[in-house]
Design a protein around this ligand. Structure first.
Ligand SMILES: Nc1ncnc2c1ncn2[C@@H]1O[C@H](COP(=O)(O)OP(=O)(O)OP(=O)(O)O)[C@@H](O)[C@H]1O
Ligand SMILES: [Mg+2]
Length: 383
């Protein structure tokens, strides 16, 4: 990787966690969420009358399962480039984010240091907490709080480590499409930006657990008083659901995907009786396959909630918010609400806009959660 890019990356990853909600500055950024199922792009511009969604793109990636990483990358670059040309988008600054196996987020208590002191010793301080070779990762940090523990002055810090090859590959995609990547964030931290702009301040009281259920990964995060306190990736997601439907109903991937999207979960006993009476094998089969996978997801959510509750007194999860392409799965929110005994809703990532986009199909909106959060970054975050 050229040094200039590396320097820039070190800088950008240091800012991997937003440094305050800086909304000033006229310079706009494209939020580019490169998922494994679809690329989501959002451009939010404030022209005086409040923020507006100036452009959006939902670019499905149709590469075959056996396509090589290089082929996928080429497809992504081409889709992105074609979209930018078609929409005549001139904004070049792009913000993107990562999650999954090659990214680690750790909450660590370090002895109290200044920011520059920590920068200078970051690799040494971080090494014990990072399960990767420290030479193979880009590190970033954000200082959350000064605390006193056992009489010692400490600071609570979020550490982020991303494998360099993943970072380089993402940079190549954006640069290949003619964009200038300025910040690399973490998917869950992008959601925090949306959380802060939720319409009802009252709705923010108590902790919110986000489940961004994508195709290959579900990003779980818990936001308390505007600050993300738990971040974890779980590998039970849309793809797992499709595979379970394929197996349960003995259908191919395309058919399973279609059935999953159109049928979802049966939650009412009356609906179940009706399906049984009608011998609706597809509905019963999809519901059963999906419910079994969701049971595993629920167990993982319980683990994270228990961990969070064990971290301090008077903690409670007030609500769960679903995001990502899988969030609109029929009856998923209702089913999770009953299983987890907490109100569960589906995120509307553009609800904070004065005029929610009329041309964006409602069923696609939750998959824009990360892209919308990224598009809300402004130049003060990275200068
Ligand atoms: N209406 C729907 N009902 C249920 N599932 C859906 C629906 N629409 C899309 N999905 C599923 O959502 C998933 C894609 O979600 P999303 O766009 O959030 O993933 P991604 O960001 O591309 O992937 P990842 O971040 O995991 O790499 C796919 O598994 C797809 O089948
Ligand atoms: Mg995603």
């Amino acid at each position: 990787m050229p040094d200039s890019i590396k320097d820039k990356l070190d800088e950008t990853l240091k800012r991997v966690k937003g440094l305050g909600a800086a909304l000033a500055g006229p310079r706009h950024v494209l939020g580019v969420d490169v998922g494994s199922y679809a690329v989501k792009v959002a451009l939010i511009i404030d022209e005086g009358g409040g923020p507006a969604l100036k452009a959006w793109g939902y670019l499905p990636l149709t590469a075959k399962a056996e396509a090589s990483p290089e082929e996928r990358k080429t497809q992504t670059v081409n889709a992105l480039r074609a979209f930018l040309i078609e929409k005549g988008i001139k904004v070049k600054e792009a913000v993107t984010s990562l999650s999954g196996n090659s990214v680690i987020v750790r909450y660590v208590k370090f002895p109290r240091l200044t920011k520059s002191e920590l920068s200078a010793t970051l690799a040494t301080e971080a090494e014990p907490f990072i399960p990767f070779d420290i030479n193979e990762v880009q590190l970033g940090f954000h200082i959350l709080d000064d605390i006193v523990e056992d009489g010692l002055k400490k600071m609570e810090t979020v550490l982020v480590a991303a494998k360099k090859d993943l970072v380089a590959s993402r940079l190549e995609v954006l640069q290949g499409a003619g964009l200038n990547p300025t910040i690399i964030d973490v998917d869950s931290f992008a959601l925090e930006n949306i959380h802060e702009r939720a319409r009802e301040p009252k709705a923010l009281a108590g902790a919110t657990l986000y489940l961004n259920i994508g195709h290959m990964v579900t990003n779980l995060s818990i936001v308390e008083n505007g600050v993300t306190r738990v971040v974890r990736d779980i590998f039970i997601s849309g793809n797992t659901l499709t595979k379970a439907v394929m197996k349960g109903l003995q259908v191919d991937a395309a058919k399973a995907e279609e059935l999953k999207k159109s049928l979802g979960i049966i939650v009412d006993s009356a609906d179940k009786e009706k399906a049984l009476a009608e011998g609706n094998r597809e509905l019963l089969g999809v519901s059963q396959a999906v419910t079994a996978v969701i049971k595993d997801l629920v167990a993982e959510v319980h683990r994270s909630v228990d961990f969070y509750l064990s971290q301090g007194p008077e903690r409670a999860i007030a609500r769960i918010v679903l995001a990502g392409g899988t969030a609109p799965l029929k009856n998923l929110a209702k089913h999770l609400g009953a299983e987890l005994k907490v109100p569960v809703s589906v995120l509307e990532p553009f609800a904070f806009l004065k005029n929610p986009p009329a041309d964006l199909p409602a069923v696609l909106a939750p998959s824009f959660a990360v892209a919308a959060g990224l598009a809300l970054r402004r130049n003060r975050d990275w200068i």
